[in-house]
Design a protein around this ligand. Structure first.
Ligand SMILES: NC(=O)c1ccc[n+]([C@@H]2O[C@H](COP(=O)([O-])OP(=O)(O)OC[C@H]3O[C@@H](n4cnc5c(N)ncnc54)[C@H](O)[C@@H]3O)[C@@H](O)[C@H]2O)c1
Length: 323
């Protein structure tokens, strides 16, 4: 996770310098955007990362929200293809499921480092799925004093299993709680990563000095965001285009203006804007997720695989024809 967070800081700096190419995500779905949380969808996420990374690629990621309960399979499953940015030829085809979950955690880890109180000890999370596992892993990486996590899920069995596995893995206390309110009240850091169809988080549950990383779709009431002293995002244009998260819905309803966004995370890492300035401000962060994040992590793993002779060499052609 430490390596992932280092990759992400680097990619947010490149993003800030505009040394990237990032077309909007294409969503293959079987109805309007609300069907994503019921029927599912597959997203195509291409991108090019500049700097000394200089690599292009695409993540093709399916989401079947019914998978964990109905089939005992993960909600998200992804493949990543990396391409040489000079010849444009494919370099590698790899699993993207774990990379995607790790980078989503890493994005919150990076934001937490700059936006949460450095003495944060208690996290409250909603959703006992894949994403929140890597969210906690990342928060623990940047906030070594983190000692307790409260987790709420619609299904108590899932939060109980999550608590046992994550506390064992990270050596911190993880407690399943019986309501979203109990998870959120009296915490330093909040994360929501659910497949909820309606907002869950209420403004009155959030205390002074809190940091909230919003990972899922429409999980917070509008008042939560209006209460924030600072609203920070990964990429505002991408959030608006994707249209599924609370900030984008507020914008669509004319309740969020471009000027209400305080900064993109790259502005804070590059010190163009200040991160946390005092102990009391409530900072809200929303990452929509960018292909650049997947590509930079995938590229590091690809390089390691080459170094270690790991992987299977595919022969697409014996020799090229019809040149
Ligand atoms: N922003 C990003 O970059 C990014 C990246 C990956 C995933 N996501 C989003 O994160 C969310 C979670 O993904 P995941 O892979 O962990 O899914 P998952 O299916 O593994 O876990 C989701 C959990 O949410 C719980 N849940 C659903 N509705 C709830 C509610 N109302 N209250 C409490 N719990 C509820 C489910 O029971 C389940 O345990 C998805 O919406 C996904 O699209 C965002």
């Amino acid at each position: 996770m430490k390596d992932v967070i280092d990759d992400l800081e680097k990619v947010f700096i490149l993003h800030n310098k505009k040394d990237y190419v990032l077309p909007y995500k294409v969503s293959l779905r079987w109805g309007d955007k609300h069907t994503e949380e019921t029927r599912g969808r597959i997203n195509a996420m291409p991108g090019y990362v500049g700097g000394d990374t200089n690599i292009a690629g695409i993540k093709w990621i399916g989401s079947g929200p019914q998978n964990p309960m109905k089939y005992d399979l993960p909600r998200a499953s992804a493949l990543i293809i990396l391409n040489d940015a000079e010849k444009m030829l494919p370099l590698a085809i790899m699993d993207g499921t774990i990379i995607s979950a790790m980078r989503t955690g890493g994005v919150t880890g990076t934001a937490t480092k700059y936006l949460a109180r450095p003495d944060s000890k208690i996290a409250g999370i909603i959703g006992a799925g894949t994403q929140n596992r890597t969210q906690i892993m990342a928060i623990k990486t940047v906030m070594p004093k983190l000692s307790k996590v409260k987790v709420y899920d619609l299904y108590l069995e899932r939060s109980k299993r999550f608590a046992v596995e994550v506390s064992e893995e990270l050596g911190i206390e993880v407690v399943p709680v019986l309501s979203a309110e109990e998870a959120i009240r009296d915490t330093d850091i909040i994360v929501t990563a659910t497949t909820a169809k309606e907002p869950i988080v209420k403004a009155e549950w959030i205390g002074e000095g809190c940091f909230y990383s919003h990972v899922g779709g429409h999980e917070a009431e509008f008042d939560v965001i209006s209460k924030a002293n600072k609203i920070v995002v990964d990429d505002w244009e991408q959030i608006k285009h994707r249209g599924t998260q609370t900030l984008a819905i507020m914008h669509e309803k004319n309740e969020m203006k471009d000027e209400n966004i305080y900064a993109e995370i790259g502005d804070i890492i590059t010190q163009k804007k200040k991160g946390r300035e005092n102990e009391t401000e409530f900072i809200y962060f929303n990452g929509v997720g960018m292909a650049l994040e997947d590509i930079i992590v995938a590229n590091r793993i690809y390089s390691k695989a080459l170094e270690n002779g790991v992987g299977t060499v595919l022969e697409l052609w014996d020799k090229p024809i019809w040149i």
